[in-house]
Design a protein around this ligand. Structure first.
Ligand code: ADP
Ligand code: MG
Length: 292
């Protein structure tokens, strides 16, 4: 039987340095220590980033590890941080976007290197933000970061079909649709041709969830290829207004090795408890499914 991964709580600075790698002190370390691609490093340089913000210092070594972080952490700590889920709380304007984008783009590039078909864009990561404005800011930043890397980023919009997930294509329910709806669907297909295949999808919860809804109420098409789920403004995404939608998408990400990272400016309404209990109950559920 498998063990549920414990949530590590760190109390003192000493405990922290025993378990986690050293904080990132300069963006140059991303290339020198963590081995991000030259192209990504150039993209960062061109935007003028030199000194990481505090949240970047702390989270980037965690999310970029463990293989590449060997130089700065012990063997034991590597085991502990492998595939880590993360809840990061840092003020507005502290650069959380870059903190979750750098590891994503890096991870997808590494995976791409080992794949035969370089043009295959199966959905690797979903980033959820509470508003369309925030989502489009994330898309812009992600595009600047992934320029020339081969990593594709798409912002979700109505009618967009998500292709490249294994299994059936997903989209708005079409099982019992009328001719008129079929026509509409054809139209939206044409509008989005060629853009729906993506590595990274940035979306509001509602837009993605309606694209995933199946003909059975309450059931959703799964997103089995997704490796990482990012909840930006997680306090908002987990508050009563969005919680069901957010957890619906979380549920649709059926990969047992799914990594979830949550980013917030405030601890909000019990976000920590909710985040860790959700992560735990999810893991347990998946483990039960695995064994059956
Ligand atoms: P948050 O999501 O934490 O509110 P953002 O990710 O929106 O913050 O970043 C706020 C601004 O700071 C953006 O314009 C971003 O480009 C910039 N920024 C991010 N990281 C750095 C850095 N290390 N040095 C300078 N500016 C940065
Ligand atoms: Mg933000």
């Amino acid at each position: 039987s498998k063990k549920t991964k414990p949530v590590t709580k760190l109390k003192t600075k000493d405990e922290y340095t025993q378990v986690y790698p050293q904080p990132l002190m300069a963006f140059s370390e991303l290339r020198d220590i963590y081995g991000i691609s030259g192209r990504m490093a150039t993209n960062l340089k061109e935007q003028g980033y030199k000194i990481p913000t505090e949240v970047q210092m702390g989270s980037l070594p965690l999310l970029l590890g463990p293989q590449t972080a060997l130089g700065t952490s012990t063997a034991e700590s590597v085991g502990k941080i492998a595939g880590v889920d993360l809840l990061a709380v840092a003020p507005t304007g502290s650069g959380k976007t870059l903190a979750f984008l750098i590891p994503l783009v890096n991870q997808i590039m590494q995976k791409r290197r080992t794949e035969k078909d370089k043009e295959e864009h199966s959905l690797q990561a979903v980033i959820i933000a509470p508003t369309k404005e925030l989502a489009s800011q994330i898309v812009n930043e992600a595009k600047k970061l992934s320029l020339g890397t081969g990593v594709k980023v798409v912002g979700m919009r109505k009618g967009l079909k998500i292709i490249g997930t294994t299994g059936a294509e997903t989209g708005s329910g079409h099982d019992e649709s009328s001719e008129e709806e079929d026509e509409e669907e054809e139209l939206s297909k044409k509008l989005v041709q060629g853009v729906a295949k993506t590595d990274i999808l940035v979306t509001t919860p509602g837009l993605l969830l309606s694209a995933l809804s199946s003909s059975k109420p309450g059931e959703h098409h799964p997103l089995p290829t997704v490796q990482t789920l990012v909840l930006d403004e997680a306090d908002v995404l987990l508050d009563p207004l969005f919680r069901d939608q957010t957890l619906g998408i979380w549920d649709a990400c059926t990969n047992t090795d799914l990594r979830v990272t949550l980013w917030s400016a405030t601890m909000g309404s019990n976000i920590e408890a909710l985040a860790s209990s959700t992560i735990h109950s999810r893991r347990t559920k998946l483990e039960i499914q695995d064994d059956s």
